[in-house]
Design a protein around this ligand. Structure first.
Ligand code: ADP
Ligand code: MG
Length: 323
C-alpha cells in the first residue's frame, strides 16, 4: 500500500464533508469558511509511542485519544469544534492497525462533528500530531488568565481514574477493555458541551491533562492569584476508591493526569446563572475551593494543611508522561 492508497482508504474516504469545507483532503491545502463574527481557535497535541501511549493499548484507543485530547483543549477555550488535520509518522504498520486507528479517530470525530481536512503522512517512528480548529464568538474565548481572588473553583467529573490506568500501563500491566477505570484513560470524553456553556460564565478555564494539582497551578499562575482548596470536597470515583483506597484515590485525583476534565473559576456575580445552567449537565460539577490573593495554593483538610500526598504532587511530574 503506498501513501496515496493509505490516505484514500483510511482517511479521505471516511472523512465525510462538512458544508463549510470548500476544499479538503486531496488538494495542496484545505480551504474552510470561518463563520462570520467568530474567532478561530487553534490547538495541537502530539502523541509519541512510549511517551504517551504503549503497544499494549488497543489501537482504536490511540486513534480516539489523538483527537480527544485536542477536543479537550478546544473545550477549555470554550470553542466549538470545526476541523482538524492529522500528521502521521508511521513505521511499517499493517492495514489492521490503520483500520483500528481510523475507527477510533472517526468515533471521536463523529461525536464532536469535527471534520478531517488534511494532514501529512511520512515513514518514521510512530508519532501522531493532530491540530484542531474551533470557533468562538469574536472576543469571547476562555483563557487561563482571567481568574481574580475570591472566585469559586470548580471541576467537572471525578479526576484520578485515568492516572491510575496510565500507571498500570506504564508499569507494563495490561488493561482490561471492560474495566471502566481503564476506559477513562483509553477513551477520554472531552467536555465540549460544558466548555461552550462555561464561555458565558467562567472567568478562566484549563483542561486537566497533567493532573489537577499541576494544571490548577498553571491557571492560577496565568491569573496571578493563589487558592485555597478543600481536599475533602474533591469528588472521588467510587470505583477507584474501591480499587485503591480513599487515600490513594485522593492522591490520584490531585496528581494523576490524563483526566481531560475541566477546571474553571466563577465569580460571585456569575454563580447563580452558572449553577442554573449546570442543571442539565450529564457530568458532575463540584466546587473544590476558591481563589485567593497572593500566589500560594493551600490544600486543606479540616482546616489543616494536607500533607499526606506521598511526596507532594510536584514529585509526580516526572511520573506521568502527558506533558
Ligand atoms: P503534498 O505532497 O502536496 O504535500 P500530500 O501527498 O502530502 O500532498 O497529501 C495529499 C493530500 O492528502 C493533502 O490534501 C493532505 O492534506 C492529505 N493528507 C496527507 N496525509 C494525510 C493524513 N494522514 N490524514 C488526512 N489527510 C492527509
Ligand atoms: Mg504535503
Amino acid at each position: 500500500m503506498n501513501e496515496f492508497e493509505l490516505i484514500e482508504s483510511y482517511f479521505r474516504r471516511k472523512a465525510g464533508r462538512r458544508p463549510d469545507v470548500c476544499m479538503g483532503i486531496g488538494d495542496d491545502g484545505a480551504v474552510t469558511r470561518v463563520p462570520a463574527g467568530q474567532d478561530l481557535v487553534t490547538v495541537t497535541d502530539t502523541l509519541a509511542l512510549g511517551t504517551h501511549f504503549t503497544e499494549a493499548m488497543p489501537v482504536k484507543s490511540i486513534g480516539y485519544r489523538a483527537l480527544a485530547v485536542n477536543l479537550s483543549d478546544l473545550a477549555a477555550m470554550g470553542a466549538r469544534p470545526l476541523w482538524f488535520t492529522l500528521n502521521l509518522s508511521l513505521p511499517d504498520v499493517s492495514a489492521e492497525w490503520l483500520e483500528a486507528f481510523s475507527l477510533g479517530l472517526f468515533d471521536a470525530a463523529g461525536a464532536a462533528s469535527i471534520g478531517l481536512i488534511g494532514g501529512d503522512t511520512v515513514r518514521g517512528p510512530l508519532v501522531i500530531t493532530v491540530t484542531a480548529l474551533g470557533c468562538v464568538p469574536a472576543g469571547s474565548a476562555l483563557g487561563r488568565g482571567g481568574a481574580r481572588p475570591a472566585e469559586s473553583i470548580f471541576i467537572t467529573g471525578c479526576p484520578g481514574e485515568a492516572g491510575h490506568a496510565w500507571r498500570q500501563l506504564a508499569a507494563g500491566q495490561a488493561l482490561s477493555v471492560d474495566d471502566p477505570i481503564a476506559q477513562r484513560f483509553l477513551y477520554p470524553q472531552a467536555r465540549t458541551a460544558e466548555g461552550l456553556v462555561l464561555r458565558e460564565f467562567a472567568s478562566a478555564a484549563i483542561d486537566l491533562s497533567d493532573g489537577l494539582g499541576a494544571d490548577l497551578e498553571h491557571l492560577l499562575a496565568s491569573s496571578g492569584c493563589g487558592a485555597v482548596i478543600d481536599v475533602d470536597t474533591l469528588p472521588l470515583s467510587a470505583a477507584l476508591v474501591a480499587r485503591v483506597g480513599e487515600q490513594r484515590a485522593r492522591e490520584l485525583a490531585i496528581a494523576g493526569g490524563d483526566d481531560y476534565e475541566l477546571c474553571f473559576t466563577i465569580g460571585d456575580a456569575m454563580l447563580p446563572g452558572f449553577l442554573a445552567a449546570t442543571q442539565g449537565w450529564a457530568c458532575r460539577v463540584t466546587r473544590i475551593g476558591q481563589t485567593a490573593a497572593g500566589t500560594s495554593v493551600r490544600w486543606l483538610q479540616n482546616g489543616q494543611p494536607w500533607t499526606s500526598v506521598e511526596q507532594g504532587y510536584r514529585h509526580f511530574d516526572g511520573e506521568v508522561a502527558s506533558t
